[in-house]
Ligand binder design. Structure first.
Ligand code: DQA
Length: 145
């Protein structure tokens, strides 16, 4: 059975309370429950982690190769727009990775229009709320299966 590592970046633990006009009322637990339900349909396993720390996310990606992870689904959150280290970790890890965002980062403030992660991933899904994760997972599983 294939295993997908899901990484939620900084502040995504606050979904449901945080900027509801942008992110809606969905919580991280709500996203995780929907991902688990989808994973069951797809016949895959999920490992889900959330971190507010850039270095921890870099280590998770770097270690993924030694822990039989077949694909990575990541919402790097604010680190999307700043992190060369996460870009390098994804680029260097040789595990297919998909980037997702709840909001459409290209229709928001200009500083969100640049993704450092995007050039290192297979593809990016943004703007569909919770469905960005589901669509990203489906696309990723098509590739790793
Ligand atoms: C986000 C978009 C980022 O710009 C922001 O910093 C986040 C969430 C999203 O899922 O829409 O924290 O990644």
């Amino acid at each position: 059975m294939k295993t997908i590592l899901v990484i939620h970046g900084p502040n995504l633990n606050l979904l449901g309370k945080r900027e509801q006009e942008v992110y809606g009322s969905v919580t991280m637990d709500g996203i995780n429950n929907a991902l688990h339900a989808e994973a069951k349909q797809l016949g895959i396993e999920l490992k889900i982690v959330q971190s507010n720390h850039e270095g921890e996310i870099v280590t998770l990606i770097g270690d993924a190769q030694n822990t039989s992870v077949d694909g990575i689904l990541i919402n790097p959150a604010a680190y999307t727009h700043t992190s060369v280290a996460i870009h390098d970790a994804v680029k260097g890890c040789s595990i297919p990775t998909v980037e997702v965002h709840l909001s459409n980062i290209y229709s928001r403030e200009e500083f969100r229009h640049k993704s450092f992660t995007a050039p290192a991933v297979i593809g990016q899904v943004c703007g569909f709320g919770l469905q960005s994760y589901i669509l990203g997972l489906r696309g990723l599983v098509e590739i790793v299966k």
